[in-house]
Design a protein. Structure first.
Length: 304
């Protein structure tokens, strides 16, 4: 790919993904006039219009919508080819697009990135934080970390850890409503439900008398684990959450673990990559980095 075409593709993809020339200019640091010239040059090269311009936004033409997917893939393949050359010389560089949930990113990944950046100063991390499941191909993601149950796909899933879950409530809530000494008593309490769970209202415990499944209820359902933590601290009810959310010493006087003699099903943490990225040095090294991070957290890292 010659340099001119490469720059034209980057401009088109940036404008298409940002939705406006202004947003694309901010994201890339390239002036709007330059982006407009590069897009026009690409359209002239292809002999068709890719985007319809207006003062507020850009919209795809039929040809533009088709071409965007191919342009994204061409840019990604070009980046991977350049990275492969650098890696063969023992140098890791380029951009690494990483997807994970808000909670996993904020609580575990971001605090570890200073160490990573010191070891690999020529790698730019683009961290996509979202509680929706990332589409690795469409979003041009190199690696995604997921705790949720995995659907069948052609992606390569490597288990790198297990996450323990606990039941928690604020001490203020317990003071007002009483504690819980066995799972069945949860049915008399306000339980905060996480809609992203596989079976949000069915909590399964293993204890002295074997397995117990409780159907919980409450007036609040939330879509992110971060919001669950906020709701618990606000005294709005009882929640089932990852244990690693509550490692901050400042929180220990505010919340209490309920039913500590019972265990809940653990969640397996997977690193997801496409077959194309399996041998990518940056991806493999970053997965190893995250695996090491998990060893030093309340998450149990799995042996290789």
């Amino acid at each position: 790919m010659n340099n001119g075409l490469h720059e034209h593709l980057k401009a088109f993809v940036a404008i298409a993904e940002a939705g406006t020339f202004t947003a694309a200019s901010i994201a890339t640091g390239i002036g709007q006039a330059t982006l407009s010239r590069q897009l026009a040059a690409l359209e002239k090269h292809l002999g068709c219009r890719l985007l319809n311009r207006s003062t507020r936004a850009v919209t795809f033409t039929d040809q533009g919508e088709i071409y965007l997917r191919h342009a994204q893939q061409m840019l990604q393949l070009n980046d991977e080819a350049e990275a492969a050359i650098q890696e063969s010389a023992g140098r890791l560089r380029g951009t690494l697009r990483v997807a994970c949930s808000n909670a996993f990113g904020r609580k575990l990944l971001i605090p570890s990135l200073e160490q990573w950046q010191e070891q690999h100063p020529n790698i730019h991390i683009e961290l996509l934080l979202s509680d929706r499941v990332a589409h690795l191909i469409e979003d041009r993601v190199n690696v995604a970390f997921r705790l949720a149950p995995l659907e069948e796909s052609t992606l390569i899933a490597r288990p790198i850890g297990t996450s323990r879950r606990i039941v928690v409530a604020s001490r203020e809530y317990i003071k007002r409503h009483g504690t819980v000494r066995e799972p069945s008593q949860l049915q008399r309490h306000q339980c905060i439900v996480f809609s992203g769970a596989e079976r949000p209202r069915d909590w399964t415990f293993t204890g002295p008398k074997g397995e117990t499944r409780v159907r919980v209820s409450g007036r609040l359902t939330l879509s992110t684990v971060d919001a669950l933590q906020d709701a618990v601290l606000a005294g709005l009810g009882i929640a089932m959450m990852p244990a690693w959310f509550w490692t901050d010493a400042s929180l220990k006087n505010k919340i209490a673990q309920l039913l500590p003699e019972y265990t809940l099903p653990e969640q397996t943490i997977h690193a997801l990559t496409s077959a194309r990225h399996k041998g990518n040095g940056k991806v493999a090294r970053f997965i190893e980095h995250v695996s090491e991070v998990l060893k030093g957290s309340p998450i149990t890292a799995l042996a290789r």
